[in-house]
Design a protein. Structure first.
Length: 155
């Protein structure tokens, strides 16, 4: 797989440069097929750990530290998958999920909950059509496998 640096070109003249246009179009195609994962958690160490573990999937990561920012990022970037903590500042993850499921542009995005909570919460996640639930501390190999399945359309 090519990296973004393979497509970098400098423009040294003001004349129309066909090569730059072609490379720019290829770069746009490359970026548009790059899958995006929105990670929503207020614990920066956990976010970095998850990004490190999932880096091998070749995805772009978008990070939100609270529920309101998560809604904004989901609408703006239309991620292919959302990893969502439940206990968040401003707006909790269950409310974020409920709002995303009501909006046509985001209702089909797979959502995996990550939380230290368990029990009753897992029943609510199923009722909200979350795709999976992981308790913290995370089982990272299983998370990586599940994320890969959902990104590839294997429910």
């Amino acid at each position: 797989m090519k990296s973004v640096s393979d497509f970098l070109v400098s423009i040294s003249s003001l004349r129309f440069n066909r090569t730059v246009i072609v490379i720019g179009a290829r770069l746009a195609d490359f970026i548009s097929v790059l899958r995006r994962i929105l990670i929503v958690d207020d614990e920066s160490d956990l976010v970095e750990l998850v990004k490190f573990r999932l880096a091998g999937l070749g995805c772009e990561f978008i990070v939100a530290g609270d529920g309101v920012q998560a809604l904004s990022q989901a609408r703006q970037f239309k991620p292919n998958l959302i990893l969502l903590d439940i206990l968040l500042p401003d707006l909790d993850g269950l409310s974020v999920c409920e709002i995303l499921r009501r909006q046509p542009a985001t209702k089909k995005i797979p959502i995996i909950f990550m939380s230290a909570l368990s029990g009753n919460v897992t029943r609510r996640t199923v009722a909200m059509q979350a795709d999976d639930f992981f308790t913290k501390p995370l089982d990272l190999p299983r998370l990586e496998q599940r994320v890969g399945e959902l990104l590839n359309g294997d429910s």
